[in-house]
Design a protein around this ligand. Sequence first.
Ligand SMILES: Cc1ncc(COP(=O)(O)O)c(C=O)c1O
Length: 449
Amino acid sequence: MKLSKQQIVDYDKAYNQHPWLTGSVEPLAIERAEGIYFYDYDGKRYYDMSCQLTCANIGYGHKTISDAIKAQLDILPYNAPMYATAPKSELAKRIIDLAPDNMAKVFFTCGGSDANEAAINMARTVTGRSKIFSRYRSYHGSTLGAGNLSGDPRRFSLETPAAAGFIKFLDPYLYRGELTFKSDQDASNYYLKLLEQQIVYEGRDQIAAIAVESVTGANGVIIPPDGYLQGLRALCDKYGILLIADEVMAGFGRTGKPFSFEHWGIKPDIISFAKGITSGYVQLGGVIVSRRVADFYNDKVFQFGLTYSGHTLACAAGVACLDFYEEHKIFERVGRVGVLLGKLLEEQKAKHRCVGDVRYIGLFSAVELVKDKTTREPLVPYGRDPDGVMKRIFGMLRTRGFSTYGRENNINVTPPLIITEEELKSAFVILDEVLTIVDDDTISRSKSL
Ligand SMILES: Cc1ncc(COP(=O)(O)O)c(C=O)c1O
């Protein structure tokens, strides 16, 4: 059956349940993709300025990746997780080589949510403790454990009732904090002091793990102040708590390093990953665990499993993707092109009254929109957008060929890591045009939200 463009949309609306959307949303039908662009059925081109959900890191149409997947398909498309296969063995070894030197083993999952489920399971089993701390402005997935680990409003539907033992603490979100600090270290000390009090109140020997997105992604690219992750590591060591770094979005080059926590020189106990490991060519995720965690399971059963853990095709895609990162020196180029991204974002901040803050590290960035730069009042209140202001802004961007997403009052800008400086500049012409409209837009500026 060859569907017409209209049938694709109609059948999608009739038969597909979309995540996080109501059934009344009119989907855009995408036909194909190449490089940093995707195309709809009218041949219209879109800059994929979020590489879908910040996962298609190397963009589209790379033959070395599709060839590796096709070759594996003919040899062995799938295997049950208890077997050893060449792609799974090679990928695990290469991930361990890339990770900090305290890391010992990989457990593969199908994506980020189940990676965090595995992390929660391991942390509780290894420590014999039950509580898991995580932050409010975070997203760790939508399955029961990962959803309860998440801090943003997407957790609410899973809290009826909430799973036991998930405790939230405040993010060091300096732009929205009540206090101003003389230095990053002062800010870090303040937030860590609050956290330490909470650890004591919750029972210092009750806490299995603290899970953080090393750099918060979907919730507006919140970058920790210097000293924060180092202090978090020290607190975990002091109280025998495992540190889980969720690198599902920030990992594999997004910030210009294999893992984003490396900017602050720390070594977590468990790293969860997904997205960039295969750039979305085939779904794959996993956890990387330290020697201590790995050794715990030497004589104990890991009580967790997935039929598709270590899926052969996915691992073949992962190996090809790591080859691509290496061959094209992608992580290094992210650092270079990221400098231009920062400059372009700062220009937007200086020019537009609707831009309160811009945050960026590598090719991981967000534009935070405000009603008023002085008061920092967000363009839409937290957890609500009754007039659909942000939806309209994303719509205006997409109509003009700039596709991205964001949460709350943020526009995330996380382009494919292969984007050139020229492409970045051209895409920013569209962003600039839309921000100019937002500057003057009476609906988004009204006080009635
Ligand atoms: C930081 C982080 N962790 C976990 C997840 C969940 O991953 P998945 O959607 O693959 O289950 C996401 C998804 O965006 C994420 O950004």
